[in-house]
Design a protein around this ligand. Sequence first.
Ligand code: AMP
Length: 309
Amino acid sequence: MSLLVVGTMAFDAIETPFGKSDKIVGGAATYIAWSASNFVKKINQVAVVGEDFPQAELDALKARGVQLDGVEIRKGEKSFFWSGRYHMDMNTRDTLDTQLNVLLNFDPVIPASYEDSDFVMLGNLMPSLQMQILDRLPKAPKLVVMDTMNFWMETAMDDLLKVMKRVDVLTINDSEARQLTNEYSLVKAAKKILSDFGPKYLVIKKGEHGALLFHGDHVFFAPALPLEEVFDPTGAGDTFAGGFIGHLAATKDISFENMKRGIIYGSALASFCVEKFGAERLREVTQAEIEARVKLFVDLVQFDIQLVD
Ligand code: AMP
C-alpha cells in the first residue's frame, strides 16, 4: 500500500511585506511529498521538471523514500515557475506570474513499480493532467484527494469540473470555494460542491483561520495554531494536504472520524511549513516535534462545559 503524488515541482519567487526570496524550489508536489513522507514510507511521485531543477532536491526527496521513477526531467526545458506577493495579513496573496514551461508538453507515465498506489493525491496541476493520471492508474484507488487553485478555475474550468467528478475529497481555500460556486456563505458553497460537483468530502482551508471538513450534514473545524511569526505561507496548503492524506494512507482508514485526525496532522505540518522560506522547515522537522505540535492543537480546543438539559 502506498501513496501516489502528482503535482508541480517548480521554482517560486516570493514576496512578503517583510522580505523577498530569490528563485527557490517549490511546487505543490514537492511540498506534499516532504509532508507526507513523515507518515508514508514509499511515495510514488509523478511530475515533470526541466533541466534547471536541482539534482540535490531530487536526491533529498529520494533519501526520504520518495520514488522518482515517474518524475520526468526534460532536457533543454525550464521547470514550472510561479511568483506571488503576499498581502499585509500574510493570509491572502496575488499571483504575479505563472510560467507553465515543461507542463505544456507533459505526457505523464505511471511506472509499473507504482502499481501499489492505493491512495492518490492529485496536487495542484493542470486539470487535464490530473485527469490523465486517473485514466492511467493501473487499478482503482481506495481514495483520491484533489487540490486545485483559482488559476485553473480561470483558465480550465471545464476540465476542472470533469476531473472533480472523479475525486473523493476536494481541498480548496475559502476564496476558491466562493469562486467555484458563486456563494459567499461557505456552508452554502460546501453544500453545492458536495451535491453537484462530485466529491463526497470537502476541505475548505482558511489559512491562519484553520480548516473546515464537510461530509453530508457533518462539519468538523480545526483551528490553525496561533503562531507568533509567519515567515512564508507558500506551500502551506500543499503541506496540509500531504499531512492529511499521509495520515489516511498510513492508517488505511478513510472514515470521517479518521479524516478529522488527518485534518489535525495536516494543520500541524502546515504550521511548520510557514516558519521558514520554502520547504526548509519541513526538511528538518522530527517526529517528536510533530507529536508535540499535535498535542498543542488538542490543548487549544479542549474545554469543559456544563450544559443545562
Ligand atoms: P500553496 O501555497 O499551498 O497554495 O502552494 C504554493 C505552491 O503551488 C508553489 O510552490 C507553486 O509552485 C505552486 N503553484 C502555484 N500556482 C500553481 C498552479 N497554477 N498550478 C500548480 N501549482 C502551482
